[in-house]
Design a protein around this ligand. Structure first.
Ligand code: NAP
Length: 344
């Protein structure tokens, strides 16, 4: 390890810009892996932490970033499934741990073996892009909306059940469309009209443009919906979802950001929020966690069975602030920004 040195993109405080500075190389503890980070998928939650919008109680300075792909360079006690040199993708849950050693935006980061998958010959960039919200999408659909697991022989009755995915061109939504379609459901996707072909190519049987004047009527006509996931939405969108659900006699929807302030939903309609990473840290979900990370995600990456949104390679750690700024400005549509910490 002596020839290695670590550099991180440190977040000094809420509201401050990222700063590149040295960081220690940490020893992996029980069940932990030290990863040389090759591709970090940049996510909206990161700039929201910088802005103070997501009030995680973090000790500053800290290192943000959860989802990355790379090579195992050291294993801690209790690691049974991974070896030095393995190519992997992982979610380090660093933000929830309040532990900079687990932040993705550094050359060497810690993670746990439980939330790590082998990727075979899949590219680091695609693996990070797909995994970055795959975990959330599959937990949303299976644990919170009680859909069936995807598999080779889905229940034929699922074809008659419609799943509405709002924000289907987001990274979260793109994964959700593919997972729901793989479980045999009929997916209705909503996104900007320019992303219609993409959403259909992911497995949606119907598409509605979210800015079309006729969107509400079109969605009511396509219903009723067995389940509704708002993967990316706004307060206005939630009002539309409320109208659509009210037209089918009421119902509930899951929103990745929860019901927005000021949104008034019709009688019989409710929206709810879940923090999906919590699901994977809950020992009650150990079997689910193991299936997601050590079976299903590995299978779809190694066998190239799912699409990730196209990756835009931003460069090394010096480009992380620019990536956060692009997300903050809402200038990213249907693509995932990637930082390569060891590229510079
Ligand atoms: N609760 C949790 O545990 C959890 C976990 C992960 C992520 N999240 C949240 O989930 C959301 C999605 O994350 P992500 O990484 O998938 O984001 P992302 O890929 O960066 O989202 C970009 C996409 O959002 C779409 N979008 C923007 N405004 C929209 C709107 N009003 N209606 C529908 N689509 C809209 C855009 O679609 P078009 O260009 O097609 O319009 C664009 O393709 C974020 O808010 C994130 O913070 C929550």
């Amino acid at each position: 390890m002596s020839d290695r040195h670590n550099i991180a993109a440190w977040l000094p405080a809420v509201g401050a810009k990222l700063e590149l500075r040295p960081a220690p190389i940490s020893e992996p503890g029980q069940d932990e892996l030290l990863i040389q980070t090759e591709a970090v998928a940049v996510q909206p939650a990161e700039y929201k932490i910088q802005d103070g919008v997501l009030p995680f109680p973090l000790t500053y300075p800290t290192i943000i970033g959860l989802c990355f792909a790379g090579r195992v360079v050291k294993t801690g006690p209790g690691v049974t499934r991974f070896q030095i040199g393995d190519r992997v993708v992982t979610n380090s849950a660093g933000t929830l741990r309040n532990d900079a050693r687990f932040g993705a935006l550094q050359k060497y980061a810690l993670t746990t073996q439980q939330l790590t998958a082998k990727i075979g010959e899949a590219s680091f960039e695609k693996s990070a892009a797909l995994a970055s919200n795959f975990y959330g999408a599959i937990s949303a659909l299976l644990l919170h909306l009680n859909l069936d697991r995807p598999g080779p022989a889905p229940d034929p009755l699922n074809r008659s059940k419609k799943i509405l995915i709002w924000g289907a061109s987001s990274s979260f939504g793109a994964a959700a469309v593919q997972i729901a379609a793989s479980a045999g459901y009929s997916v209705v996707g909503v996104a900007s009209g320019s992303n219609a072909a993409l959403v259909k190519s992911l497995g949606a049987s119907e598409f509605v443009g979210r800015t079309e004047d006729s969107a509400t009527e079109a969605l009511i006509a396509l219903g009723p919906y067995h389940a509704v996931l708002a993967a990316a939405d706004s307060a206005k969108d939630q009002g539309t979802i409320g109208t659509v659900l009210a037209a089918q006699g009421g119902g509930t929807f899951l929103s990745t950001m929860g019901v927005r302030a000021g949104v008034s939903l019709p009688d019989g309609v409710t929206g709810f929020f879940a923090q999906f990473l919590d699901d994977y840290l809950d020992p009650a979900n150990a079997e689910f966690t193991r299936w997601v990370w050590w079976e299903y995600l590995e299978q779809i990456l190694v066998e190239d069975q799912m699409h990730a949104l196209p990756s835009r390679i931003m460069g090394g750690l010096s480009q992380a602030q620019k990536a956060w700024d692009l997300l903050r400005q809402g200038r990213i549509s249907a693509e995932r920004l990637i930082i390569q910490p060891n590229a510079e």
